[in-house]
Write a protein of this length. Structure first.
Length: 295
């Protein structure tokens, strides 16, 4: 299935008191350009994340944001520093005695000292375990990104098919006009030959017939129309191709279609044909713009 290079995928989950959030964005780019932003605890796994993404996408500028944090639903990642609590209590008792106060030391007084609590680094203590879970979350985000890119691609395929069908119909009209024009040109040449013969002017009949054939051949666009239809056929077939790299193949076919359109315009020497070819080229340019976003 054809894929767009524009998309977004995200996933999140909680495991062992740690919440993992993964977001992956993708925009069009000529090659695969992958940027990864990881939390400090998982910075050593950057290459692993790049490899995960590169295994699924060939083109596009892809940015992955990974966050990990303690889950608020779990117990607070704090523990009491008993030594500091006893030290502060003793210090406050000493202050009370020096001040000659009778009131005892209370909890509110101790809580003013924030360093009586130590933070538990639950994440740092189990990096490998967290990476295993983070990897699964990243893979889920990749799946979501791929789905969105495929949906975008399906929309583009529908648009391309309609435009190629319209181009084929216009090409039929161009060839019909060319056939009619050829008959008009041939009759005009016959009239000129008859006028020359009646004027009793000496001329080489063989040479004249050769020139007439050459003139007719210069106006004949049958070969170009046949090749154009062939390119259209392969273009439509490639739209249904599940193999990666369709974007480059479609761009090549588009270049060939434009080449045939230019040749038809230059050979026809017919105003209405030239006008219709301009319409064909406009449609091809619209396809070219959209193809820049195909993987």
């Amino acid at each position: 299935m054809l894929e767009s290079m524009t998309g977004y995928g995200s996933a999140e989950g909680v495991d062992g008191g740690v919440r993992v959030v993964a977001e992956i964005r993708s925009v069009n780019n000529r090659f695969a350009e992958i940027s990864v932003k990881l939390p400090r605890q998982l910075s050593s796994y950057e290459l692993d994340v790049r490899d995960l993404i590169r295994a699924h996408f060939q083109r596009g500028k892809i940015t992955a944001f990974i966050q990990i944090q303690e889950d608020a639903a779990e117990a607070l990642p704090l523990k009491v520093n008993e030594e500091k609590v006893r030290a502060y209590k003793a210090l406050l008792e000493q202050v009370r005695e020096c001040a000659g106060l009778e009131s005892p030391v209370v909890l509110n007084q101790l809580l003013k000292y924030s360093d009586i609590f130590d933070t538990e680094d639950r994440i740092g203590d189990k990096t490998e375990e967290i990476w295993g879970y983070t990897r699964r979350i990243i893979e889920e985000a990749i799946v979501e990104l791929k789905k969105m890119r495929q949906r975008e691609g399906a929309e583009l395929v529908h648009d391309f098919m309609q435009r190629i069908t319209d181009i084929g119909a216009t090409l039929d009209e161009v060839q019909m006009l060319s056939t009619e024009n050829m008959e008009v040109v041939r009759q005009r040449l016959r009239d000129k030959v008859a006028a020359v013969a009646e004027a009793d002017i000496t001329y080489s009949r063989d040479r004249l017939e050769t020139e007439l054939v050459l003139v007719a051949d210069k106006l004949d666009i049958t070969e170009e129309c046949t090749r154009f239809r062939s390119h259209n056929k392969f273009f439509l077939q490639e739209l249904e191709n599940d193999e990666p790299g369709s974007g480059r193949k479609l761009n090549f076919l588009l270049q060939e279609q434009l080449r045939e359109a230019n040749t038809i315009a230059s050979k026809s020497q017919h105003a209405e044909i030239a006008h219709k070819v301009v319409g064909i080229k406009e449609e091809l340019e619209k396809i070219r713009e959209q193809l820049q976003n195909i993987e």
